[in-house]
Design a protein around this ligand. Sequence first.
Ligand code: ADP
Ligand code: MG
Length: 253
Amino acid sequence: MESAVLLDVQGLRKSFPRPDGGELLVLDDVNLRVADGEIVGLLGRSGSGKSTLLRLIAGLSRPAGGAVSYLGKRVEGPPPGVAIVFQSFALFPWLTVLQNVEIGLEALGLPAAAIRQRALAAIDLIGLDGFESAYPRELSGGMRQRVGFARALVVHPNILLLDEPFSALDVLTAETVRTDFLDLWQEGKLPIKGVVLVTHNIEEAVQMCDRVLLFSTNPGRIIGEIVIDLPQPRDRLDPMFTALVDRIYVAMT
Ligand code: ADP
Ligand code: MG
């Protein structure tokens, strides 16, 4: 039996006004589906419209055409089962770790005790136990992004949208946060059903994803798909791994 489709994006278009009065077509006829249990990668260059696409899926901006369906129902505006992790963390500097995570639950109207319990569980899950009352400035970049993950996971979203969540981190820290996330996903410990990972990093896409969609620039359009049928955990020295990286590199250049 096929897994349930969580997210179905059809024919999305988006343009922005240009300073010269013209229009910049950023997304043209973008189609994608995410099924239960999948991590789907969206690989494209800087400026190809990846963040724009995630903002449309998250309901933070409106498309010029096309539709987003979530669990079979067309949605306009922010769908309740979708959360996003931003490249730049987007934490509130004047709030503690706990408060930053609790903010994620504000819209759900839960009782205070339930909010506290859910937030503490998310913080613990993502490896920040003991840092609940720290402020973002007191944390390393990797820990700040863990707060970003906790704030998104705390709502128990069906779909987690990851907008280059590791690209502001140094290579070693990125590797640690990425591996910890992947381990939790593999062990079934994350309160989510599917992931869209936006990245410009081919190795990261091959490491993390079940399928990688290749995204063109000007306008952003999906120009191919590569299924990553390697078992987890993935060994970067495995010739199959490097062959997939090469294949994607060639397809993108
Ligand atoms: P990516 O995330 O792939 O780097 P973005 O989605 O951020 O790309 O941007 C795609 C293109 O759309 C870029 O040319 C960017 O300058 C433009 N763009 C994004 N947001 C806006 C906006 N709010 N107003 C005008 N142009 C925008
Ligand atoms: Mg971006």
